[in-house]
Design a protein around this ligand. Structure first.
Ligand code: TRP
Length: 327
């Protein structure tokens, strides 16, 4: 049997270049080799956006189309709506017995996100989303999970849960493994260490050419470089980091020119936004294709979710049997 990939995106808005670098590229690259499941994580979206049902609904389509537009082939990859897979909800409940509240409270990603969302009083659902994510990954016994490095604590947590489950009830569930991107995490052009939907510093896969140009133009460069004749330090410049991630061939050369004041920030930014728009052009084209076929996209999600439910039902039979709660 072919090995499985499962990964997912919260449906809290459109996907951006950080997702592209962190996970989407790997999904596209591996879809021929692995049976691929893409989870439209609407339950996880509710943990922070429970008061925005319209946004979540719209984002289910947006995120599906983002995945298709970067080149996931609907013939190969299965799109799954998380809230409609009952095995995920059931597994979350069973797993919740195997995780301590303290482990969740000390999860570094939970801590960072709690700060980011301004929570000083965490909801039970938000605190517990890593448990639900462990259920996402294991309902289909995924082997490999392409994710950004911010998801590592959740992967560790998932493995701990699975090991504990297997120790207690017998070998039932596969231990999942992450697949990290070779490219380092994409910082925000504003200098924030992460590009994020909620941080307001993202370049979206769906941004048009001019929006990309404007965003790159406003990026943080070496603030010590005031006149064009000043020598620059690419280590202090966000544009340089992006050149490294998206324009690797020219990166060394550009850095050298910057250090020698042979290229100014305006010209350097132009190189970058031209490159980004070149990368985004075929993505925009596929987006238009799918945006004109929304009903077909809906059907892909419905069919994919049905398939996920069949797999989930099999898993739950094994799980309940192992836990001796099957009658
Ligand atoms: N937490 C992930 C993110 O914020 C999204 C996600 C939900 C996910 N379920 C998943 C990732 C399962 C991998 C596997 O990007």
């Amino acid at each position: 049997m072919r090995k499985r990939i499962l990964t997912g995106d919260r449906t809290t808005g459109r996907l951006h270049l950080g997702h592209y670098i962190g996970s989407l590229q790997n999904r596209v690259r591996l879809q021929d080799e692995y049976e691929t499941f893409i989870l439209l994580a609407d339950v996880q979206a509710l943990t922070t956006h429970f008061d925005k049902p319209e946004l979540i609904n719209e984002s289910i389509y947006d995120v599906a189309i983002d995945n298709l537009s970067v080149g996931l082939d609907p013939e190969k990859a299965t799109l799954v709506q998380q809230s409609q897979v009952s095995a995920i909800a059931e597994l979350t409940v069973f797993y919740s017995m195997l995780v301590s509240v303290n482990a969740l409270r000390h999860n570094p990603t939970i801590k960072t996100e709690a700060k980011q969302y301004g929570y000083d009083d965490l909801s039970y659902g938000f605190l517990g989303y890593p448990v639900s994510q462990a259920a996402d990954i294991t309902f289909c016994n995924a082997d490999l999970v392409p994710v950004g490095d911010d998801q590592l604590p959740h992967m560790e947590q998932a493995r701990k849960i699975v090991r504990r489950f297997n120790d207690l009830y017998g070998e039932t569930i596969k231990i999942p493994k992450e697949l990290l991107s070779k490219t380092p995490r994409l910082a925000g052009l504003d200098g924030n260490s992460k590009m994020g939907k909620s941080l307001g510093n993202a370049i979206y896969l769906s941004d048009d050419e001019n929006t990309v140009i404007d965003k790159v133009k406003s990026a943080l460069t070496d603030t010590h470089r005031i006149a064009i004749s000043d020598k620059g330090n690419p280590d202090l410049c966000m544009v340089s980091q992006y050149q490294k991630s998206f324009n690797a061939e020219e990166y060394d050369n550009i850095c050298e020119m910057c250090r020698a004041a042979d290229i100014g920030c305006v010209a350097c930014k132009k190189v970058l936004y031209t490159k980004l728009n070149e990368i985004l052009a075929p993505i925009r084209e596929r987006r238009t294709f799918y945006e004109n076929r929304k009903e077909a996209v809906r059907e892909m999600i419905v069919t994919g979710t049905m398939k996920a439910n069949e797999i989930g039902a099999e898993t739950m039979q094994k799980v309940k049997h192992a836990m001796k709660i099957a009658l």
